[in-house]
Design a protein around this ligand. Structure first.
Ligand SMILES: NC(=O)c1ccc[n+]([C@@H]2O[C@H](COP(=O)([O-])OP(=O)(O)OC[C@H]3O[C@@H](n4cnc5c(N)ncnc54)[C@H](O)[C@@H]3O)[C@@H](O)[C@H]2O)c1
Ligand SMILES: O=c1ccn([C@@H]2O[C@H](COP(=O)(O)OP(=O)(O)O[C@H]3O[C@H](CO)[C@@H](O)[C@H](O)[C@H]3O)[C@@H](O)[C@H]2O)c(=O)[nH]1
Length: 500
């Protein structure tokens, strides 16, 4: 089957590559010509395990093409997926400008029937706006061509995107009960047939319910995380370990183990914006969602919990202090820095006068760019930020190690070497990946999130006095920082670090 994907980002590229892998001919369109050139030159715009191989194979076999020609994209297939971004606008609602631009482009170029499929995460009622935009374009050129707008929200997780796409729990299809809707449904059923061989995974429903389902799923998962984060903060105060509590409740099949990890708050390109957008839809409809308002407030506050632990040890003025950061991406398996907790934490440390040495197996270059943007008002602070090729390099002489992404390669460090590298034996773990006893045995003071740390916080931790003036490491402009981050990332890759 021929398929067009409009938007070749995290979702569009994975969708296109995986549909090609299943034997379809796929045309991936993007307005970002640099991205299209990179893909056509065999490069990868994102880090996603397994994706590069699938793309290379399917490009080689002629089933997958990348282009920025909208007319060719429209002509290529009856099924047109829209997978462009829906970032938050100024007041938190989903910004539909890219979705509607894609719709207009289809309307301008279509010559025959099209099944237009919204894969982007869009608020309830968007399919009607997409249809109106297409109708307007058709009317402008006096054309009367049949089309349907369907909803097929995507549930993949970054870092596991290929696996999630290839082995979905469910495929939600929202279609109208009209002849055009039925025609679109038949095409989508055909396209997704390979996923239903073992059992039927498709859930067919009306368009509005399908659009709503996507937000409901993300809101439920975000709620579990905020719930656990709030309990973790209480656990810190009452002397319980949230990790044991998580296991204790997760074993109840009605609760389950997934998405119960306390941490530095949920980040990434989806949960923060989607929960916000759903709250916005709710208030626009006069039905504010009290639970989700609280979920958002808890998440905002959670971003500060690790910093509060830093302040408890060192005070708020951090000039002369140096911190090691392990993990920059918002989660393992990706180089995505959108809403990554590392950004606000590193920014706060730098603004307080500290020096930061950071490591990430894949996201250093993206982190350098993101932080350069976050600190655009004080670019001189970036001189106190360095990226290093090995995790232990970051810890050398640091007052504390702060762990922000649970990459596998951080899970079993040489604790003796870590203890020797650090100036003060303090590990602040925003991901709760270490064993309390092993850390204590190694002589490390270990503060996690909700890990029975009250006693430790009360104990007088031996923080080394400030002996050196704050070291300004470089004078170079931002481009050089990004370049240095890229070099460090290349060295990291050359070291063969596990990046999944
Ligand atoms: N990232 C995820 O894990 C994920 C998972 C499920 C759903 N979603 C949803 O999928 C959508 C896309 O997310 P993403 O993370 O892939 O975004 P992204 O920013 O990575 O990619 C979007 C791409 O669309 C391109 N684009 C914008 N306007 C265009 C146009 N008119 N024509 C062609 N291309 C255009 C951009 O240049 C960009 O390459 C969003 O609605 C998001 O909420 C994302
Ligand atoms: O127990 C947990 C699980 C996750 N997180 C955090 O939650 C955020 C999101 O993580 P995850 O859901 O794994 O990654 P995403 O790639 O953002 O995927 C979510 O958002 C996508 C976009 O809508 C959906 O398609 C996916 O189903 C949904 O899981 C990250 O900051 C995680 O660190 C926690 O703090 N605790």
């Amino acid at each position: 089957m021929n398929v067009t994907i409009i938007g070749t980002g995290y979702v569009g590229l994975v969708t296109g590559a995986c549909l090609a892998e299943l034997g379809n001919n796929v045309f991936c369109l993007d307005v970002d010509q640099a991205k299209i050139h990179l893909l056509n030159a065999g490069g990868m715009p994102i880090h996603e395990p397994g994706l590069e191989e699938i793309i290379a194979r399917n490009v080689e076999e002629g089933r997958l093409v990348f282009s920025s020609d909208p007319a060719a994209a429209t002509a290529f297939a009856d099924v047109q997926f829209i997978a462009v971004g829906t970032p938050p606008d100024e007041d938190g609602a989903a910004d539909l400008q890219y979705v509607l631009a894609a719709a207009r482009s289809i309307g301008r170029h279509m010559q025959g029937f099209k099944a237009v499929v919204d894969k982007s995460t869009v608020p309830v009622g968007t399919a009607e706006k997409v249809a109106a935009a297409i109708r307007e374009e058709l009317a402008a050129r006096g054309a009367d061509i049949e089309f349907a707008v369907a909803s097929n929200p995507e549930f993949l997780k970054e870092g596991a995107a290929v696996e999630d796409f290839m082995r979905p729990d469910r495929i939600v299809l929202g279609v109208d009960e009209t002849p055009a809707g039925e025609r679109a449904l038949a095409l989508l059923r055909e396209l997704y047939r390979p996923f239903n061989r073992n059992h039927e995974r498709t859930r067919v429903m009306d368009v509005r319910s399908a659009e709503f389902t996507k937000y409901a799923a993300n809101a439920m998962l975000a709620t579990r995380i905020s719930f656990m984060n709030e309990l973790a903060n209480l656990a810190d105060r009452v002397g319980a370990d949230i990790e044991l509590v998580r296991q204790g409740i997760g074993s109840d099949p009605r609760i389950g183990y997934s998405f119960l990890y306390a941490g530095t708050g949920y980040g990434g390109s989806c949960f923060p914006k989607d929960v916000d957008a759903l709250c916005r839809t709710a208030s626009e409809n006069g039905h504010g969602l009290q639970i989700l308002d609280a979920v958002q407030r808890v998440n905002q506050a959670q971003k500060k919990v690790l910093l509060e632990k830093v302040w408890a040890q060192f005070g708020r003025r951090l000039a002369g202090r140096s911190f090691a950061v392990w993990g920059l991406a918002f989660k393992p398996g990706t180089d995505d820095m959108r809403e990554a907790p590392s950004r606000s934490i590193i920014e706060a440390l730098l603004r307080a006068g500290a020096t930061v040495r950071a490591h990430d197996p894949v996201a250093q270059e993206q982190a350098a760019r993101a932080l350069a943007g976050d600190l655009a008002d004080h670019p001189e602070l970036l001189r106190n930020l360095t990226f290093v090729p090995k995790p232990l390099d970051a810890a050398q002489g640091a007052d504390a190690l702060i762990v922000l992404t649970e990459w596998k390669s951080y899970k079993s460090p040489n604790l003796r070497a870590l203890r020797e590298a650090l100036r003060s034996p303090l590990v602040l773990d925003g991901r709760n990946i270490y064993d309390l006893h092993a850390m204590a045995a190694a002589g490390l003071t270990y503060l996690g999130i909700g890990r029975n740390n009250l006693a430790l916080l009360k104990e007088q931790m031996q923080v080394a006095p400030i002996t050196v003036a704050n070291e300004v490491t470089r004078e170079e402009p931002i481009e050089v920082l990004v370049e240095l981050a890229a070099q460090a990332a290349a060295e990291t890759k050359a070291l063969g670090e596990e990046a999944s």
